[in-house]
Write a new protein. Structure first.
Length: 457
């Protein structure tokens, strides 16, 4: 039977009430907390017991201290005289337990409790949360700008979906915990005037839900990368995931090494911070140089792979070619194919051209995977407008205009007007897909019929 186990912790940084209740339940099941490292707390096996726990925020502590300081030793000794034993600690967070069902509390003055807690959390948790909140706000604004400027590119890009969603969740969690703490602190001060302790209420369920959403988005991102990505992209993804994990482990290892060798708090903090920056840049540079070297020496390909999803059939072979429309040989043509696919939208684009020939073809295929996404695509494309300001400061507006043309066999068809004149660019709205196509010249009836036969399936 295992005598150790780990459980996920998603408590808000100030939620001592929630932590105490959880630890009491674990003790009744025969598990006593012994380590707070990372998001998975470690417990050791004990005889099931009804224990009381007390979470204390001790401002004089630091996770960079090589050993318990004199002030910590004094504090721990004081608690032990009243029956409170230290279970574990990390930085300013200290957890004690007592075998007495009705013990004398460690903190008896609610006003001092609030102020000592605030003094501790503002040294570590609060600055970190505000920093993350500021970064998350900036990233979310960039994310929102991308949604506005390139809605369809955003919906079909799993990498941007994952990164954007992750930063939004960081913003929500930081805002929830910071606002929750300050609201609790305001109410707790009023309760303290009546000599009452106000229990905390964190956002454990919100954090847990957010974690599962991020994990699901991460797995979806990996699945798409390894389904459609080129060997180069796959290798870069593997290296980046390993880079993040290895960097975290290495920096923590440096901090623990310095603690074991009794390095002073200030020295440990300085070396840990500097090493995190140096190692992050050095490792990123090494990965970048290695990938570029492998690509330039043909050690790894940048051609996308295919694996049976919606996008794969288009990446393998374009559904419509210059040869189909103009009867020319594809031998002298360059055919560029790109695409991206997420759980919401698949987008495929091809350009087929040759410098010595006038015939050319380019088109984009959008395949929405939900009715709402279909409507977003239709609106975004049909309402697209380009405004160009010439050197003479004349303004030219280009846009799609509905066209009554039954030859296309579509639900709706639009034609692009550029500077007041019709062009050979069309938007074709089908039942399950939307196609944006550009011809090198006005399409004939036979060409329209060939396009309809392919895309109206």
């Amino acid at each position: 039977m295992k005598d150790r186990k780990r459980n996920l912790s998603t408590f808000s940084f100030y939620d001592y009430t929630g932590i105490e209740k959880r630890l009491e339940k674990m003790a009744l099941k025969g598990w006593l907390i012994e380590n707070l490292s990372g998001g998975f707390w470690r417990y050791k096996k004990i005889t099931p017991a009804k224990l009381k726990f007390s979470v204390i925020y001790f401002a004089k502590s630091s996770e960079f201290d090589p050993a318990p300081t004199e002030s910590e030793k004094t504090f721990h000794a004081f608690c032990e005289r009243t029956g409170w034993k230290l279970a574990c600690s990390r930085g300013q967070l200290h957890i004690f337990y007592n075998e007495n069902i009705n013990p004398v509390p460690i903190e008896t003055d609610p006003i001092l409790h609030i102020e000592s807690m605030h003094k501790a959390v503002k040294k570590s948790y609060i600055p970190l949360y505000f920093m993350l909140l500021a970064i998350a706000v900036l990233q979310t604004l960039i994310f929102a700008s991308r949604i506005k400027s390139d809605t369809l590119g955003f919906l079909s890009d799993p990498t941007y979906l994952f990164s954007g969603l992750s930063w939004i969740i960081v913003l929500i969690l930081c805002a929830a915990d910071l606002s929750g703490y300050y609201i609790w602190r305001h109410k707790a001060k009023k309760a303290a005037q009546q000599n009452k302790f106000l229990p905390t209420k964190g956002h454990e369920k919100l954090s847990l839900a957010a974690l599962f959403i991020v994990i699901a988005a991460f797995l979806h991102w990996l699945f798409v990368i390894f389904s459609n990505g080129s060997p180069l992209l796959k290798m870069a993804t593997i290296l980046m995931v390993l880079y993040i994990g290895f960097l975290i482990a290495l920096v923590n290892g440096i901090k623990l090494f310095l603690k074991r060798h009794n390095a002073p708090r200030s020295l440990n903090r300085a070396i840990t911070i500097i090493s995190s920056f140096v190692l992050s840049f050095a490792m990123m540079a090494a990965i970048t140089i290695g990938i570029i070297h492998a690509y330039n020496n043909n050690m790894i390909s940048n051609e996308s792979s295919v694996s049976g999803n919606i996008l794969s059939k288009y990446l393998e072979e374009p559904p419509l070619t210059v040869s189909d429309l103009y009867g020319v040989s594809m031998e002298n043509y360059i055919c560029e194919r790109t695409g991206s696919e997420s759980m919401f939208l698949a987008e495929f684009e091809t350009h087929q051209y040759a410098e010595q020939y006038s015939e050319g073809l380019e088109y984009k295929i959008y395949i929405p995977k939900a009715p709402l996404v279909y409507e977003i695509c239709k609106k975004s494309l049909s309402e697209k407008r380009d405004v160009t300001i010439a050197d003479s400061e004349a303004v030219f507006t280009s846009y799609y205009e509905p066209a009554e043309d039954g030859r296309w066999n579509t639900k709706e068809v639009y034609r692009w007007i550029r500077d007041g004149e019709y062009s050979n660019k069309y938007l074709l709205i089908y039942e399950n897909s939307i196609v944006e196509i550009v011809f090198s010249s006005a399409p004939t009836d036979d060409q329209i019929e060939r396009v309809s036969a392919e895309f109206a399936k």
